[in-house]
Design a protein around this ligand. Structure first.
Ligand SMILES: Cc1cc2nc3c(=O)[nH]c(=O)nc-3n(C[C@H](O)[C@H](O)[C@H](O)COP(=O)(O)OP(=O)(O)OC[C@H]3O[C@@H](n4cnc5c(N)ncnc54)[C@H](O)[C@@H]3O)c2cc1C
Length: 376
């Protein structure tokens, strides 16, 4: 993707977003549309690979700007779910579209391009190195001074009144802002791989799940047009998950699966300081039962944008509004969400035939611990 020359810009922005994944790109779109000068600082070049199941649920898709849904319509729609337990397969077919299967490298590029078209400035291939909150060059107010680059060589210096940390589970913003320790502990993790689908097209757009009770998680095989996305995730260590993977997919071992954390404890943690707010995986918002992260990534982007708009209007710090929204929508519901995850795992053991329907209901936001939050 074409990137601006660093020298072309006066590097002062209203908002700097660290990380141009789905959460950061959506926040950038919304802020640019609202008239904030917005920069996105991204460690990699697009298109870039992201380890993910590639399932965008209908509830997550609803949170995207309408014009983005047109290119997304080319992806594989998902109407059916399977749950495979003790060699039996239980199925559920929905008349409603449950979501779509997509390639994250293409999807993430579409999202960031959309943000750039709305006026956000993208700096690719720049990893955040330093964040300091201090007096601006004019000396009349405090702003965030940011330095980014590659291999600790600074190639970008910028300042911004607000910062959004959207740099994912392994991002550095939370640590650089003093919100989290350098090495964060992750209770959940997953490993996945993408394999060519050389079979006939039947079953395309089906999500197949496998219970992993001893890993407190699930395995999945998502069948798109010309590939499978397969993996396992849960609250077990890497070696147990690797064994689960081999057991479920014995034919796939030539294709090395990749690990990535599944951060879900964010609602118990600090997620903001002053005018610096964390969103998406950087804020630890993965759904504990399904591992779905895109829905909460988008929700938190909306809340951060709302907090910045309010802070700007009322001349207060964004942290207060963001904490209030975060508490209401994530923190207050967290125990219920965890309990829901435990009950679903129990249900998988005692009544596996009901699981496809329950997973569909979870994705449709219809279980008792779900919410029905919409864009605003
Ligand atoms: C195996 C697996 C399968 C999953 N499957 C699904 C699924 O099917 N459906 C679903 O909804 N969710 C799924 N998830 C969760 C989903 O992938 C995440 O919740 C989602 O990507 C979060 O988006 P994000 O923008 O917060 O973070 P990310 O997508 O991680 O984006 C963060 C961005 O920040 C950049 N970055 C990182 N560090 C720096 C730095 N120092 N400086 C600048 N930029 C930086 C990264 O390059 C990246 O572009 C899955 C997760 C895993 C691990």
């Amino acid at each position: 993707m074409k990137q601006p020359e660093a020298a072309e810009y006066n590097h002062y922005f209203d908002v700097a977003i660290i990380g141009g994944g789905p959460a950061g790109a959506l926040a950038a779109t919304l802020l640019a549309e609202a008239g904030f000068s917005t920069a996105v600082i991204e460690r990699k070049n697009y298109p870039r690979h992201k380890i993910c199941g590639g399932f965008l649920s209908a509830r997550a898709a609803e949170l995207l700007p309408g014009d983005l849904l047109i290119p997304l319509a080319k992806n594989v729609p998902v109407h059916s779910l399977e749950f495979v337990c003790k060699k039996k397969t239980y199925s559920y077919n929905s008349r409603q579209k449950l979501g779509i299967l997509l390639d994250r490298s293409i999807f993430d590029s579409q999202l960031i391009r959309h943000a750039v078209e709305r006026g956000a400035v993208l700096f690719e291939n720049k990893s955040i190195i330093n964040i300091q909150y201090k007096l601006s060059e004019t000396g009349n107010k405090n702003v965030y001074h940011l330095q980014a680059g590659k291999s600790n060589q600074i190639t970008l210096s910028a300042s911004a009144r607000y910062v959004i940390g959207a740099d994912g589970a392994l991002g550095k913003t939370a640590y650089l802002a003093g919100i989290s320790p350098k090495r964060r502990k992750f209770n959940g993790q997953a490993l996945s791989s993408i394999l060519p689908n050389i079979e006939e097209n039947s079953g395309t757009g089906t999500l197949t799940f496998f219970p992993l009770p001893f890993s407190a998680g699930m395995g999945w095989s998502f069948k798109a047009k010309n590939y499978y996305n397969r993996g396992v995730g849960g609250f077990a260590g890497r070696s147990r998950l690797a064994r689960d993977y081999v057991r479920l997919f014995p034919d796939n071992m030539n294709n090395q699966p990749h690990y990535w954390p599944l951060p879900f404890l964010g609602p118990l943690r600090k997620i903001a300081t002053g005018n610096l707010l964390l969103i998406g995986d950087a804020a630890g918002l993965i759904e504990p039962f399904s591992g779905e992260g895109l829905y909460n990534a988008f929700k938190s982007a909306y809340f951060a944008v709302q907090a910045i708009k309010e802070a700007d209007k009322k001349k207060v710090e964004a942290e207060a509004t963001y904490n209030r929204l975060f508490k209401k929508h994530f923190r207050a519901k967290f125990i219920a969400t965890l309990l829901g995850a435990v009950l679903l795992n129990l249900r998988a053991a005692v009544a596996p035939s009901t699981m496809p329907l329950y997973i569909a209901r979870l994705m449709e936001n219809k279980l008792w611990f779900n919410d029905a939050i919409q864009k605003k």
